[in-house]
Design a binder for this molecule. Structure first.
Ligand code: UGA
Length: 445
């Protein structure tokens, strides 16, 4: 049995990934959530979302008693010595971060700490804007526990950098660990746990203040989003230049070690529960501090327009969308997930419907989530081929592996008109361009 006992508050992506990550190395974890239905599901070993490897890990963790999910904080705090806070921090309508869930969690942690006689470490993993941990969360825990941060309980801010779709490998092999600490004892306690967990594979650890750690998370996501909006800008320039191809531009640029080839895939823009929300929150936070972050505003603006490039390209080949049949391959915001939050498929479908098109969609796992958004406004196909049947145009939206295997004949044989818009640059223009009416993001004609 490992010396540290762990609790996790919030069982979303970050919470379950953290919890399951610890169970792979024999730690016992108590997870807390307020959603009764979700708790029941997790305790039955049923994963509440799609993520590779997690179903098997969850079943094992529940069967062996390494993971249990509860609705109250008392047991989670009294029976463990380190608590990771992983509740959601969504956007408010004005872009500012919504702290209500994490503030409630801090109050409840405080109340549960009241009765505890031993040192307890609280680690904030949720993404929060700079100074939130020190000014708001520390104060709430102190107020509700009647204890002092430092001598009675420790406080760290350690952001998470995992990606949906590769959460397990990201949790087990992170590039770095950031430990923002209230005081040395808090940082030492977390570093000891993480060194015990990662052992010989411990990545570089950077110890910082709480607010520097908070900003590292935003700066990382903002930089990655900037790379994407940058390459999409280059893609849009390429489209105006005969013979230019953004995929090769990105290859040529990315081989420069100072730039790197990663996150230079041009496409229909970024989506998901993190980049859009975090860029908005960083912009709002920066403005509150009296600085106009023009670069970040441009990153966001480029991304807002980018999904509609798919429709623009579609209209180049299919002059009238009204009454046309459009097939969409992919709905999720990226492959290997069923997550539709801020997925670029949403504005694309809305615009197609607005222009009077009939829309049929297929995604290997995201259809149930899409149904709750679009209901019977669109048709749902059971396979990629069925989706293509009798379509006037196909737009590739999410780069699932099964779509990469499609051949030009799959389109020509099944579609009414063989028009393909490659929104993620997965098809070879030389091969597809010869057999189909083919357009792609960042491909000059
Ligand atoms: C992102 C970060 O990559 C993680 O490091 C971070 O922990 C996470 O947000 C978070 O803050 O929780 P995630 O949203 O899961 O992870 O997905 P990414 O793989 O980063 O992709 C985000 C979006 O960017 C997707 O819509 C993807 O299609 C798009 N993208 C990515 C591109 O358009 N081009 C690229 O080259 C890469």
């Amino acid at each position: 049995m490992k010396p540290h006992k762990i609790s996790v508050i919030g069982t979303g992506y970050v919470g379950l990934s953290t919890a399951l990550g610890f169970t792979t190395k024999d730690y016992s974890v108590i997870a807390v959530d307020t959603d009764k239905e979700k708790i029941e599901k997790i305790n039955k070993g049923l994963l509440p979302f799609h993520e590779p490897h997690f179903q098997e890990l969850l079943e094992k963790a529940i069967k062996t008693g390494k993971l249990s999910c509860v609705s109250t904080f008392e047991k989670a705090i009294s029976d463990t010595d380190i608590t990771f806070v992983t509740v959601g921090t969504p956007s408010q309508p004005d872009g500012n971060i919504d702290l209500q869930h994490i503030e409630k969690a801090a109050c409840k942690i405080g109340k549960a700490l009241q009765k505890k006689g031993t040192y307890h470490l609280v680690v904030i993993k949720s993404t929060v804007t700079p100074t939130t941990t020190e000014t708001s969360l520390k104060h709430l825990i102190e107020k509700h526990s009647g204890k002092l941060c430092g001598p009675n309980f420790g406080l760290c801010m350690s952001p998470e950098f995992l990606r949906e779709g590769s959460a397990l490998s990201d949790v087990l092999h992170p590039d770095r660990i950031i430990i923002g600490e209230f005081d040395k004892k808090s940082g030492d306690t977390l570093e000891e746990l993480l060194k015990e967990f990662y052992n010989k594979n411990t990545p570089p650890i950077i110890r910082t203040s709480l607010s520097t750690a908070e900003l590292i998370k935003y700066a990382s996501n903002a930089f990655l989003a900037t790379k994407i909006s940058f390459i999409n800008t280059i893609a849009n320039i390429c489209e105006k230049i005969s013979g230019a191809d953004v995929a090769l531009v990105a290859k040529g640029v990315g081989l420069d070690k100072r730039i790197s080839p990663l996150f230079l895939n041009a496409g229909l823009g970024y989506g998901g529960s993190c980049f859009p929300k975090d860029i908005k929150a960083l912009i709002a936070c920066s403005k509150t501090l009296g600085y106009e972050p023009e670069l970040l505003e441009s990153v966001e603006n480029v991304n807002k327009i980018q999904p509609l490039k798919a429709i623009e390209l579609c209209k180049d080949l299919l002059t009238n969308l009204k009454g046309s049949h459009i097939a969409l391959l992919g709905l999720a915001f990226k492959p290997h997930t069923d997550d539709m939050r801020e997925a670029v498929s949403i504005p694309i479908i809305n615009q197609l419907l607005k222009e009077g098109a009939n829309v049929t969609v297929y995604d290997p796992v995201a259809i149930p989530n899409a149904k709750s958004i679009f209901k019977d406004k669109i048709k749902y196909a059971a396979s990629a081929i069925q989706c293509l049947k009798k379509a006037d145009c196909c737009i590739l939206i999410t780069e699932w592996d099964e779509f990469k295997k499609l051949k030009p004949e799959d389109f020509t044989k099944n579609m009414k008109k063989p028009i393909l818009i490659d929104g993620r640059r997965i098809y070879n223009p030389n091969e597809f361009g010869k057999k189909l009416l083919f357009k792609a993001i960042g491909l000059g004609q």
